[in-house]
Design a binder for this molecule. Structure first.
Ligand SMILES: O=C(O)[C@H](O)[C@@H](O)[C@H](O)[C@H](O)COP(=O)(O)O
Length: 264
């Protein structure tokens, strides 16, 4: 591994949100300058709420602090195979927390790529179709080895999972497909699709948001033990190194030794 990930720590979510905003907007501005769009993948869990807190805040008026949602293309790092209006849907979560609250006349409207509900009964077909959607955006499958997300915004589960990549699951060994299906997810619901580990690690930037005292034990494991380095979050740290930033609050990292404690 090259340089280790950055770990930023704040008193609580209210203090974390403005820095997450600055980080996301710096990624947005760089991506728009590079290729005119901002391609982001988001996961479920507590992330959409924290992200909304960051992005829906009032701008400080500086030139870099402008959310330009009209240039955003939002994908799902993982999604559950349920209807889009189902309580378990990550799309619904993002819609309720963020998308429906965007003042579109002021900051534009993102293009969102939800799963196709026709394939709810067949998780593998769902994954294949979602991969096709990625191919159509990120160029033909045979000319691009992996899709390059400008930013992946991820959570960390209490067992060290991220996206729907769970510890010791055979999906962690997948090297070819971009989008994978899982039918035995240890976290319900069981049928899901997820970006693969190589796609996650290939991202230009990868951010984990992990807050609350419930994360302390797994953070300790990920950052301090060999076993933790083999967990999905540890594998992203290992595979993507300094492209990874952890946004944590004090309770989540209390007593944890992290490699680089950064400040934005
Ligand atoms: O669909 C999912 O289940 C999520 O994408 C999952 O990967 C989540 O991000 C983690 O479980 C962390 O969740 P919390 O942030 O709620 O702890």
């Amino acid at each position: 591994m090259g340089k280790p990930p950055n770990v930023y720590t704040f008193a609580g979510v209210a203090e974390l949100a403005p820095s997450l905003r600055a980080y996301v907007l710096s990624a947005q501005n760089a991506a728009i300058e590079r290729h005119g769009t901002f391609r982001v993948a988001v996961s479920g869990g507590s992330l959409p709420k924290t992200l909304a807190q960051a992005l829906l805040a009032k701008s400080d008026g500086s030139s870099g602090d402008v959310v330009d949602f009209s240039k955003w293309e939002i994908f799902f790092a993982d999604e559950r195979c349920v209807p889009l209006d189902h309580e378990d849907s990550n799309y619904k979560l993002l819609k309720d927390e963020l998308l429906d609250k965007i003042p579109k006349e002021e900051v534009g409207e993102p293009k969102v790529f939800p799963i196709d509900e026709q394939y709810l009964d067949d998780a593998q077909e769902m994954a294949d179709q979602y991969e096709k959607a990625l191919v159509s955006v990120f160029a033909a499958r045979d000319s691009v080895k992996l899709p390059l997300f400008d930013l992946l915004l991820l959570g960390c589960g209490p067992d060290g999972h991220t996206c729907s990549l769970f510890p010791e699951h055979p999906l962690l060994r997948e090297t070819d497909a971009w989008v994978l299906s899982i039918s035995d997810s240890p976290k319900p619901p069981p049928k899901r699709i997820t970006l693969s580990l190589p796609v996650v690690c290939h991202g230009a930037k990868i951010a984990f948001v992990a807050t609350g005292g419930g994360k302390k034990d797994i953070m300790k494991k990920i950052f301090e033990t060999e076993e933790g380095r083999a967990l999905p979050c540890g594998l992203v740290n290992e595979g993507a190194g300094e492209k990874v930033s952890w946004f944590t609050d004090a309770p989540a990292v209390e007593g944890v030794s992290v490699p680089r404690r950064g400040s934005l």
